[in-house]
Every structure is written in structure tokens, then in C-alpha cells.
Design a protein around this ligand. Structure first.
Ligand SMILES: NC(=O)c1ccc[n+]([C@@H]2O[C@H](COP(=O)([O-])OP(=O)(O)OC[C@H]3O[C@@H](n4cnc5c(N)ncnc54)[C@H](O)[C@@H]3O)[C@@H](O)[C@H]2O)c1
Ligand SMILES: O=P(O)(O)OC[C@H](O)CO
Length: 351
């Protein structure tokens, strides 16, 4: 029997727990109960978030108004939450994963399979390390990924969408993840390209920041489409430079072009970048994030910084004018209007 724990309980983490719980309760090969690790916090009422989730079956802070399923149990103790599980679903903002992995090292079952829903990467001197690789290295487990055009609040309302599982070699494990996540309104397919799927999910957040600038400047649909097109090309070029095995077809899955479109239309990165541009770049991103998202986290600004670091280390910045402009604008070195002057930065013909 498979026992699932969700490590993370933000907006998407809560929806993932709901999706999974609806399947573990009906499929015989899974234990009914789904544990969900909660980064504990006190609510304005003085109650602990975990207690409120377990009392109301609702994550009142990150996914208000949605019942998670009676078989979801919130647990504030990380080690306790994972101790019986042999299927771990990682879904926290990427900046917290190194610390979480350090706490979990040596404390999980040896037969555990992992999957990361985290859109982000770590930066090392030698280049980017994907979060699935960090998990594999630090915890010694196989780790697949699930990415897609998945704005969490829409899936919480059971509106139809698609997602892509990326795996490396272990097809059986990938099929089990598909079984665990798939529902009539959440259509999951698997492709053998873990890095390609994960890089799509990670890099689209940088393009979403650019799309938000364009919206904030009220530049219209053609400009936004141009930004998305250039962004997609840079996503593919960046992915293939670091991981030549990445497949072109992956960019046509839900994790690729579909996620790029939905994020640039309706995501949190877009929304906060829109506000940043409307304020003429005068209010920093972290201030807008705290005010507009109330505890939810942006991934695009940090990812732009990470992309900048690895590209500048290699001397490749000039080949990625859009990624470079997003970083320069979000750090206040260029005004938001610079997002449509990227042709001045001489994009390389080999993208
Ligand atoms: N929300 C979406 O629509 C969506 C959809 C697909 C993928 N994702 C990805 O899922 C991942 C998680 O995003 P989310 O939307 O579930 O989270 P979120 O942004 O809604 O919430 C932030 C979470 O971080 C937790 N947190 C705060 N400080 C922490 C710390 N020091 N250590 C550990 N946790 C801490 C908070 O308790 C909260 O659970 C991200 O990589 C995101 O890109 C999000
Ligand atoms: O709200 P965002 O910008 O973090 O994007 C959410 C999801 O990644 C969309 O698939």
C-alpha cells in the first residue's frame, strides 16, 4: 500500500492535497489518509493554522472556502508528517527546499518515491540545479516532477485543466503519480524528460514578470504576445544549453506553452509585476508581494536573479535579452519600459 504525504500547504499545496485525497479514498492501492505538512503560523484570531485546518477541513489562509477532504490531516511537525510515507509530494516555494531537505535527510523510508510540484531552481557555481535533483541528492530518492497550466484557485473549483508529469527512466513510478493526481477535471500525462518539464515550469515565471510589466504599461495584446514568443524561445534555449537532453516536444505539453499562456494571463507573478510597472518601479517587489499576496510567494523575481547569476558567470547574458531585462527592471536598474527595448540588447541568432 502507498502512503502519501504532501510537504507544503500554500495555495497550490492545499489544492494538491485535495486532488490527491479525492483519489486515495477511492483507490485501493493507497492509504486513505493524506498527511499535509504545514509551516506553522498563528492566525489573527490567535489560533494555529494547523488546528484550524484540522477543525474546519479548510486552509483558511491559503485556500479559503474550499474543503480539502476529510482524509487530509494537517501536521506541523515535518519529521512526523513524513515518517510513514513512501510517496512524498514536495510543493513549497523553491527558496525553502534546501532547508527542508537538510531536515529530512536520513529521516525518510528507503522505499520512498518523490515528486516535485515546485517551480524553481537552485543556483550553484557550475550552473542551475533543479529542485528534483536537489531532492534526489539530499534524500537519496528518485524524484519525478509535475508541472502544467495550473492556476491553483481554478483547479480548486474543479475547472478542467491539464498537467504533465516528467520522469527519468522510472516509468512505473510515473504511472503511479499519474494515477494519484488524475481526475475527470485534472488530466495528467507523463513524458520522459524530467529536466525539460521542470525548466518549463521554472522559467515561465520570469516571462510572466515581463508580461506583467507590459500589462502595467498598458501596451496591449500584440506586445504581450511578442513577449511570450520571445520568452518561450529563451526558455527553450536556456533549457537546452544546460541540459542538451531536453526535448522540443516537451514545450508543446501543458507544462510548456500552456503554462506560459495561463501564467502570463492570470498568475500572481503577472499581477504583482503589473503593479510594479504601474508604480513606475518605485515600490519594490517584496513590498508589493507582501501587500498583494498576503503570505503567498512569487517565484519569478528570484528565478530571474538565479538565471542572471548563471548566465553572467558563463558570459551568456547577451543571448537572453528578455531574461536579462526582467532582472534589470525588477532590481531597479532599468525602468519598466525597457521591457520593449530588448531588441537593443542584440539577441543572438542561435536562440
Ligand atoms: N499557486 C499556484 O497557482 C501554483 C500553481 C502551480 C505551481 N505552483 C508552485 O508551487 C510551489 C508552492 O507554491 P504555493 O502556491 O503552494 O505556495 P504559496 O505561495 O501560496 O504559499 C507560501 C507557502 O510558503 C510557506 N512558508 C513561508 N515561510 C516558509 C518557510 N520559512 N519554510 C517553509 N515554508 C514556508 C507558507 O506557510 C505557505 O504555505 C511554488 O513553486 C509555485 O511556483 C503554484
Ligand atoms: O500564480 P503564479 O504566477 O505563481 O503561477 C501559478 C502557476 O504556476 C500557473 O501554472
Amino acid at each position: 500500500m502507498f502512503k502519501v504525504t504532501v510537504v507544503g500547504s500554500g495555495n497550490w499545496g492545499s489544492v494538491a492535497a485535495k486532488l490527491i485525497a479525492s483519489n486515495t479514498i477511492r483507490l485501493a492501492s493507497f492509504h486513505d489518509e493524506v498527511r499535509m505538512w504545514v509551516f506553522e503560523e498563528k492566525l489573527p484570531s490567535g489560533e494555529k493554522l494547523t488546528d484550524v485546518i484540522n477543525k474546519t477541513n479548510e486552509n483558511v489562509k491559503y485556500l479559503p472556502g474550499i474543503k480539502l477532504g476529510k482524509n487530509v490531516v494537517a501536521d506541523p511537525e515535518l519529521e512526523n508528517a513524513v515518517k510513514d510515507a513512501n510517496m512524498l509530494v514536495f510543493v513549497t516555494p523553491h527558496q525553502f527546499m534546501e532547508g527542508i531537505c537538510k531536515r529530512l535527510a536520513g529521516k525518510i523510508r528507503s522505499d520512498t518515491e518523490g515528486i516535485s510540484l515546485i517551480k524553481g531552481m537552485e543556483v550553484k557555481k557550475e550552473g542551475p540545479t533543479m529542485i528534483s535533483t536537489l531532492i534526489t541528492k539530499q534524500l537519496g530518492i528518485n524524484c519525478s516532477v509535475l508541472m502544467g497550466a495550473n492556476i491553483a484557485n481554478e483547479i480548486a473549483l474543479e475547472k478542467f485543466s491539464e498537467a504533465t508529469v516528467g520522469y527519468n527512466q522510472n516509468k512505473l513510478a510515473a504511472e503511479r503519480w499519474v494515477e494519484l493526481f488524475n481526475t475527470p477535471y485534472f488530466n495528467v500525462t507523463a513524458v520522459e524528460d524530467v529536466e525539460g518539464v521542470e525548466l518549463c515550469g521554472t522559467l515561465k515565471n520570469v516571462v510572466a514578470i515581463a508580461a506583467g510589466f507590459v500589462d502595467g504599461l498598458e501596451m496591449g495584446n500584440n506586445t504581450k504576445a511578442a513577449i511570450m514568443r520571445i520568452g518561450l524561445k529563451e526558455m527553450r534555449a536556456f533549457s537546452k544549453m544546460w541540459f542538451p537532453s531536453v526535448k522540443d516536444n516537451t514545450f508543446f505539453e501543458s507544462c510548456g506553452v500552456a503554462d506560459l499562456i495561463t501564467t502570463c494571463m492570470g498568475g500572481r507573478n503577472r499581477k504583482v509585476a503589473d503593479a510594479y510597472a504601474r508604480n513606475g518601479g518605485k515600490r519594490p517587489f517584496d513590498e508589493l508581494e507582501a501587500e498583494m499576496l498576503q503570505g503567498q510567494k512569487l517565484q519569478g523575481v528570484l528565478t530571474a536573479q538565479e538565471v542572471h547569476e548563471v548566465l553572467s558567470h558563463r558570459g551568456w547574458l547577451h543571448m537572453f535579452p528578455l531574461f536579462s531585462a526582467v532582472h534589470a527592471i525588477s532590481t531597479g536598474r532599468l525602468p519598466p519600459s525597457a521591457i520593449v527595448k530588448i531588441s537593443d540588447l542584440k539577441p543572438s541568432s542561435n536562440l
